[in-house]
Design a protein around this ligand. Sequence first.
Ligand code: MG
Length: 442
Amino acid sequence: MTLDLAAYAAERGIKYFMISFTDLFGGQRAKLVPAQAIADMQADGAGFAGFATWLDMTPAHPDMLAVPDSSSVIQLPWKPEVAWVASNCVMEGEDVAQAPRNVLRRLIAEAAEMGLHVKTGVEAEFFLLTADGEQISDEYDTAAKPCYDQQAVMRRYDVVREICDYMLDLGWGPYQNDHEDANGQFEMNWEFDDVLATADKHSFFKFMVKSVAEKHGLRATFMPKPVEGLTGNGCHVHVSVWDAPGDAASTNAFAGDGDGPTGEVGLSAPGKHFLGGIMSHASALAAITNPTVNSYKRINAPRTMSGATWAPNTVTWTGNNRTHMVRVPGPGRFELRLPDGAANPYLLQAVIIAAGLDGIRKEADPGKRYDIDMYAEGHKVRGAPKLPLNMLDALRAFDRDKGLKAAMGEEFSAAFLKLKHQEWNDFVSHFSRWEKENTLDI
Ligand SMILES: [Mg+2]
């Protein structure tokens, strides 16, 4: 169903559209287009020089056109004369294969061919810092166990309420907000949805949280580990698969009493194999779910001030227990606890589908269920792979996983690996204080 954006603008008093796309590093790029010009842009797209963003293009490439997907349009609740619309990247009449939203759309279509419609919800944790990003903005937020701190969440009521009110107005079905496990950290939850809608909302949520925080003189960050020694920003994903998209969904294909340990926690055979795909590709998919140098300061981290990192370090799954990489909190769905706040909203969902479909095709077995406290007894687990220790490990694991690279698309995988290796090389060539301190007198 295509919405006429010019008519939408006239109806709602919109003066400008942000035609937005997301590059390989998760950066959101946009052009501001006056409503008078939106009809042409809706048909043909807005032109961009792809080389100027992280999409692995050269200055010689022709114009890349960002064609708005009108079903994603959102009038900015904090600036109603502007509307944001996610777009699909096209060049010379073809979808740009490595553009993240296109990668996800292709995988959604593949799943649909198998009669599977993925629905997900994300828990995008964030910190509220001072405007310069240097300090936790609330100087009184210093408790050793600040999770659910009633006083601290109310000191940020004006920010949290404003964002939650906007989600209510947008019809996202927000249902809870809290202070999370790190000082200065918050989480806001809204209803799960079709996977493309969730990815668009996740993108918009990051934009909205940052914008509202700025309005209040603060800085919001989704950085995986913005403060050393404190719990990092996770982006847990809850996954289920249905018989039809949208409101037509009636049967959860993951729910059922399959065989073995997955059956005991309420996963059907397809649910079991989808989970098996996630488990077997975990080390490789970390390159997408944990895409930055800083990501590896969150997973594999030493115990934080609150007593637990709440992040996994090993490829294990369990029932309702938050110390593992995958938790099955109830029948018919699972929670992937690996991703962090730096994950690209589109690639995050794409890689889950890619790994899951591969698992279904190969009837992958997720392996043993561990019902232990991984933080206390993880050393007792034998044979479960450790997650990558750093970004280079993850990139190498992704590069070795030919099946996952093919499922994500060869053009995408080559472009992603190239740019991410450049980023890693840039990082390791950075001369750090640590080296000087530890090597000066050797
Ligand atoms: Mg949380």
